[in-house]
Design a protein around this ligand. Structure first.
Ligand SMILES: [Fe+2]
Length: 208
C-alpha cells in the first residue's frame, strides 16, 4: 500500500493544482518504495532530486496563479513555500555530501506530513480566490524589460520591510565602490545563512 493515499479531502478542484499535488504524492511514495526495497544510494539520490524539481515547479506555478488571483495572503503563503524549498535544497546537498548521514525515514515522514498539512490547511484557503468566488486584490502587471541585460522583477514584500528592501536594491545597483563592498558582504552573509540552513536540515534529517 502506498504511504500517501489521495482522497477527496485533498481536492482543490483546480485541475492543474490537483495534478501537481498528486505528482508530489507519487514522488514521496516512490521515495518510500525505493527506501523499503533498499534501492541503492544513486536511485534514492535521483528520486530526491526529482522530488525537489517537482516542488520548485509546483510552487512557481501555484504562486503565479495566486498572484494572478490577487490572493490577499500571498506573502505568507510564499514564505511557507520558500521555507520548504530551502529544506529540500539542503536535503539534496546533504545527501550529495554523505548519503550515509541522512535518515530517509525521517525525510519521508517530514515530507509527507508537511505536504498533506500544507494542502489541507494552507492551500485550501486560496481555493475561493482562484475559483473567482472571492475577490482578490488587483496587482500591477510587470512591464517588459527594456534591454536584454535588464531583468524586470516584480514581487510583493511585507509592508514593514519595503524601505529596507528598496534601499538595499538601490545600493546594489548603484555600481560604485560602496555597492561592490555591500554586495560582497551580503554574499558572505548569504554563505553563512546557507550553512545554518544545512545545519537545520542535518538536525531534521540526519542520523542520530
Ligand atoms: Fe501551496
Amino acid at each position: 500500500m502506498a504511504l500517501l493515499e489521495w482522497s477527496k479531502d485533498y481536492d482543490t478542484h483546480i485541475r492543474v493544482i490537483d495534478t501537481d499535488h498528486q505528482n508530489l504524492f507519487d514522488a514521496i511514495n516512490t521515495l518510500h518504495d525505493a527506501h523499503l526495497a533498499n534501492k541503492g544510494r544513486e536511485r534514492i539520490g535521483s528520486v530526491i532530486e526529482t522530488l525537489r524539481h517537482y516542488v520548485v515547479e509546483h510552487f512557481e506555478r501555484e504562486e503565479h496563479f495566486l498572484e494572478q488571483a490577487g490572493y490577499p495572503d500571498f506573502v505568507a503563503h510564499c514564505a511557507a513555500h520558500r521555507d520548504f524549498s530551502q529544506l529540500t535544497d539542503s536535503l539534496v546537498t546533504l545527501y550529495q555530501q554523505n548519503p550515509d548521514l541522512v535518515d530517509i525515514s525521517k525525510v519521508i515522514d517530514f515530507l509527507g506530513h508537511w505536504l498533506t498539512e500544507h494542502i489541507l490547511k494552507t492551500d485550501m484557503q486560496y481555493v475561493p480566490y482562484m475559483r473567482g468566488e472571492k475577490q482578490g486584490i488587483p496587482r500591477e502587471q510587470p512591464d517588459q524589460a527594456k534591454e536584454q541585460n535588464e531583468a524586470y522583477l516584480t514581487f510583493t514584500v511585507p509592508r514593514d520591510k519595503a524601505d529596507v528592501i528598496t534601499s538595499f536594491v538601490d545600493t546594489v545597483i548603484g555600481g560604485d565602490h560602496a555597492a561592490e563592498s555591500f554586495e560582497k558582504a551580503f554574499r558572505a552573509a548569504q554563505e553563512q545563512l546557507n550553512q545554518s540552513k544545512l545545519a537545520r536540515a542535518r538536525k531534521l534529517f540526519g542520523l542520530e
